[in-house]
Write a protein that binds this ligand. Sequence first.
Ligand code: SF4
Ligand code: ZN
Length: 727
Amino acid sequence: MSKIIATSAIKGAHSIVGQAEEQLNKTIEEKGENQILEFPDTGYYLPIIYSMTGIKVEKLGDCKEVIEEAKKLLPPVPSEKIWIPYLGGTLDAGIATLWAEEIIEAIKYIDDPIPVGGIWLGAAADLIIRERGIEFVDGTAPGFAACVGAASSNEMAVKIARELQEKSIYVFMTGSTNGVSMAEQLAQEGVELGWDTRLVPFGKDITSTIYPLGFAARAAMSFGGVQPGDFRRMLMYNKDRVFAFVLALGEVDEAKYANAAGAINYGFPTIANTNIPEILPRGVCTYEHVVSNIPEEEIVSKAIEVRGLKITVEKVDVPVPFGPAFEGERVRKENTYVEFGGNKGPAVELLVMTDSSEVEDGKIEVIGPEVDDVEEGTVMPLGIFVEVSGRKMQEDFEPVMERQIHYFLNYPSGIFHMGQRDISWIRFSKDAVNNGFKVKHIGTVLHAKMHADFGSIIDKVQVKLYTNPEDVQALIGRAGKIFKARDERMGSLTDERVDTFYSCTLCQSFAPNHACVVSPERPGLCGAYNWLDCRAANEINPTGPNQPIQKGDTLDDNLGVWKGVNQYIYKASNQNLESFSAYSMIVDPMTSCGCFEVICTILPSTNGVMAVNREYTGMTPSGMKFSTIAGMVGGGIQTPGFIGISKFFITSKKFIKADGGLKRLAWMPRELKEEIGDAIEERAQELGLENFLDKIATEEDAQTEEEVLQWMEKVGHPALEMEPMMQ
Ligand code: SF4
Ligand code: ZN
């Protein structure tokens, strides 16, 4: 290894640690050691420091110990004459840099809840990490690129961003070169920034590089079950599972080098477009650590090659950029050229299996006017009718495939899709239409993606697109009967009526000891997989993450314990769990990976439970925020008194059946109550409970456990009369 690197990185580290110490002392002088120090909405304290040392920094004073540790890690600045044969000291200097920078960034939050302005987003809440983490789990996002500095021109910045987006890689932007940052370059070109487009501007200071690395640290703790302080496992987890790299754009100074040294610890290599000294393979890393002098045109493909990312992009023949990264893009009203459905006109989408003789693969027909026949601002009716055939196709797969229409139609840039069935809503942006996107391209996208994702069960796909009101109404009529029949089929499925459940181990890539057991009345905790979905997925991919589980003998009807399920769980949890109850949150409850939509927690003194959804960031009566509880429940461990579940499960007949069921529900955020209120009402009526919905408190009625109890006494909540939950 070159001594220049060691010298640069170590010098940079000394200066950043010094800066952090100075700022810390100054702030302690002003505010005192007891001043609270935290990033917003996180249960992981200062996550890099917490993950590596286990130190919970909560107050300014807690940082003193961290600075001392950082100083111990700092090697002396090597004299120009000494040759350093190994990387150790430089790596340590990188770690010290990250700890110091985390302190510097956190101090910014003391006086200002949003210390960053303009396009910058700053620290991300746990909510975002969880939401985005699932994309790393299910493979929609292969990794992230931490882009530091600025490209040589705005056009080049856009090109690099688009190239990464098309490969579904998150783009995390920090730092600047000569006062300019890549995020600013994109903003100047009118590119939409934010988590939804995967172009995330964290901060302009180089110290904000701790945000992408803190993201990685939190992913390891929340999805990988890595214990805080387990330095080695955290870094190995990231090296093996989070496919990230650093793109150093423009001049690399000492501070940037020190950050690169920090990233190398995670196994994240740095690829630079300037001529800086390289660090080549050595020790645990089998690939290069720093690769320099790569022209910007090639920097993305070089990074992917160096980091060993496997990416498959199918080319879909549409006149706009295409890929899952464009999923989150919104098309605002003022940018809309034409729209379909919403509450402005009829729109429906239907997918059915049809006899092979009636399907001509790749045939796409537009029946009625095209976009170039209508003026800007028009609302058109739309009927999307997809017919598929294939020897392995079954009627049960229809809804599963139909639901993918939503995802597929969000992939083209400038196209927006919401809803499903006969409440779908689509917008084409002016840009997309100007680039030549037409109604017929809906067919192009669906044909290509259905083949790509369901190639093992279908052979042929044809698409009819109706844009005349009479045809659309006729399709709505036909679809209505089919939707009804499908709902009845799912509604009549109970856990008792089937002898096979399904596993989902999709999240094991992040939470190695977790598996969801999906039954007709209990979907996966992320809400994305129900029993029919898993069954279809198993037929489509028999060796995939959804395997049939024979229930076998019933060991406990009330708790929901079956011999076959236990045997499965023992294996799937790597011998960590011997028994699991589907219907209890007290006795051997199901584990969580971290993707739960809702966490249900016992409120001991009330005899009831609360349910809190991921979107709710306020305090709950349990005394903890969602993010804090999530930290206790995730990672594949059983936590009696807590379960992670889907929203749908709350109104299932099997919801904590063994513990008393829905009747126990005493508190939930108002937003969640509004969302699933109708279903709760319906289920409460089946249980013979009067005005039950009104008896559930929200944050507006009660904020502490004591207030929940008072509220329950006031309204006469039925849980008060029930047996104690825990004996
Ligand atoms: Fe992950 Fe469970 Fe959802 Fe499967 S069902 S994706 S294992 S949370
Ligand atoms: Zn998960």
